[in-house]
Design a binder for this molecule. Sequence first.
Ligand code: MN
Ligand code: MN
Length: 465
Amino acid sequence: MERRNAWKGRPAQELEAIEAMSRDYRAYIDEGKTERECVKVSERLARAKGFDDLAARVREGRALKPGDRVYRCWMNKCFVAFVMGRRPMSEGMNILGAHIDSPRIDIKQNPLYEEDGFAYLDTHYYGGIKKYQWLAMPLALHGVIVKKSGETVSVALGEDEGDPVFCITDLLPHLAADQMGKSAKELIDGDALNLLVGSQPLEGEEKDAVKARVLAVLKEKYGVEEEDFLSAELEAVPAGRARELGLDRSMILAYGHDDRVCAYPSLAALLNTEGTPEYTLCCVLTDKEEIGSVGATGMNSRFFENIVAEVCALSGEPGDLALRRALCASRMLSSDVSAGFDPAFASVFEKKNAAFLGRGVCFNKFTGSRGKSGSNDANAEFIGALRAIMDGAGVAFQTAELGRVDVGGGGTIAYMCAKYGMNVIDSGIPVLSMHAPWEVISKVDLYEGYRCYRAFLDGARPVGD
Ligand code: MN
Ligand code: MN
């Protein structure tokens, strides 16, 4: 079963649409480099499309009726939006899900120190990274510092032309004989990922004068003290914008395609819904996927269930049974990036069941590892219905597993939604260099992802049990 290259035979106006989607996507990920920033920009886009804050409606007890459009930000790190359908919530929703956290390097709670004339921030990396890839490259600092007063200071430093950047230094090859003999895993110790942030002493200070100067800058720029790091969430991410890749500009090189390349088209598909759909439509963008979906903003938390419960109640179906029915009867595309086949590393893939860049959105019936362990194995009945929807809308799609059997594996948020009994499948966009500071996707896959999500929102129906 060959899947064709999705670029082939595109009329000019579709090539135009592919470019437009890729521009909009790049703008979204340039502005949203962290989960918090993604929530901010998602909220702004939703409001521009007439979506209303669900939290306010809950407080005021204002009922939801078919055609209403609402969103809910959760702890500034998750975003959920709904377009209310004509049918009751208990008949289930068409749900799109993706995550907006990406692998990165987090700043520790007591991070700042001086050593031999340099000031550093100590870090603890977040998610599965190859640590050596993050050395000797420009990094930006994004996040928040929350003061004891409750005031939140937003930080985004290293993105603008005039901003300073930061880096973790590497050893010169001339002195690296020992280092180069180590395995890649041991090349740099996790605790040696120290972010270089200063080198000029503060006039009149004797001890730790470089650190003192960094603190003086922080005080002046952000009005914060050293103690304020205790309640800060600062993330070091690759500095710079998403770029077109290749002489033919067919790809995009960017930080954090995983998983904003699924989150953005999922969100756009929902926000671009017109009129009143038959079933309620939903998009959930979640946090903490890269560290196991734990915590109050991870998909393992009940935040999503709680928000759906509020929607059920405001649409006239209060109570636990209606909530259970709504979740159980739902259909979901749980989207996360797929490992794109890479000719440079062909041996870890099984070609017939690998995702290729340029062949459209990818469905993974199962993920998991070593005998499908930990996998959500989507039902054939659901996949049959999906094939009909995708073929009906002419969406380019492919199917894949993550690598050869027993080579490795991975999982995403599908199995957590499956616990409600809903039909859910892993889907998403193929990526090269996944979890590297700069990842690669194909513009045409992003576009087909968007078309897939639109077709799913319009066409998915209860599958039956
Ligand atoms: Mn992911
Ligand atoms: Mn990931």
